[in-house]
Design a protein around this ligand. Sequence first.
Ligand code: C5J
Length: 222
Amino acid sequence: MAGIAGAQPFPFSFDPAATALIVIDMQRDFVEPGGFGASLGNDVTRLQAIVPTVAALIAGARRAGLAIIHTRECHRPDLSDLPQAKRDRGSPTLRIGDPGPMGRVLIAGEPGAEIVPDLAPLPGEVVLDKPGKGAFHATPLGQILADRGVRFLLFAGVTTEVCVQTTMREANDRGFDGLLVEDATESYFPAFKAATLDMIRAQGAIVGWTATTAEVLEALDV
Ligand code: C5J
């Protein structure tokens, strides 16, 4: 077993052989200037700033032999997996499936739905397209983790309070021990990120743990 003594709210123990890193939705449309997120008036420089840290985390996870799973929030071109309720949300002038600055917004195969080049998945790593905020909803993620004998999950990516937190809560309810890597996740709204970190580790890790990239890499001894 490995351990992160400085994890909050108390030390986190995990077996690297039964651990996966899940990198949530580091997609061009959320992260890059000129994408969908920016077009909605969000300050994407906050999200861009974590890319080197996420890259370092992924590199360390690769060296340690962890399973690595990249997710992309996107929908089929015919929108058959997009509930009307989700389509109706957001900006009235630019919705999922509409032509956006980087192709159709959050549609599989469009440039904006791709993962940013600095975090490109390697062959053999799982790339999971998910139609929901949570990565377990309407995807084979549960089976993928079961097939690999995974019990512990490390989380990175964007946005902290939406897709990252939702997936972490789904994982918690499914019996995984999850840790959110504090400096490898970000939100367009700093207060939402801070609140999410607090919520996750409140009440004795009611959702899970948090720690820094440096602490994770030290525990992995890479
Ligand atoms: C959002 C996400 N924020 N990946 N998606 O709509 O968090």
